[in-house]
Write a protein that binds this ligand. Structure first.
Ligand SMILES: [Zn+2]
Length: 115
């Protein structure tokens, strides 16, 4: 996968911190982090990026990753995350954080689902 630079990661983590305790979501487009509005019905538990926003990012031809935060854990992808990641065919980055700390980001990318 394309390298997620520390600049991208820091921008994403600032966004995650700003949205806490809601889940923050965003897309890595080219060499920058693009914060997205969380459209989920319950942004404390879930995240959703508007289809058009996603398609616009995809249309650039340079959409290396999908990012979202896990406020107060878990420090692993949920089952829903795994399914959605596989469907997207892109690497996903999860930013676990709590009120005090930002934890090690988790990047996951399943290969078996790619056609
Ligand atoms: Zn998640």
């Amino acid at each position: 996968m394309k390298q997620i630079t520390s600049t991208i990661l820091e921008a994403a983590q600032r966004h995650a911190r700003a949205e806490y305790p809601r889940e923050a979501c965003g897309l890595v487009v080219g060499d920058s982090y693009r914060p997205c509005r969380n459209e989920a019905a319950d942004p404390m538990q879930d995240f959703e990026i508007a289809t058009q926003v996603y398609l616009d990012a995809e249309a650039t031809g340079d959409l290396p990753a999908v990012v979202h935060s896990h406020p107060d854990g878990p420090h692993a992808p949920s089952e829903v995350d795994c399914r959605a990641q596989a469907a997207s065919g892109l690497p996903w980055v999860i930013l676990p954080l709590d009120a005090e700390c930002m934890f090690q980001p988790i990047t996951f990318d399943s290969h078996e689902a790619t056609p």
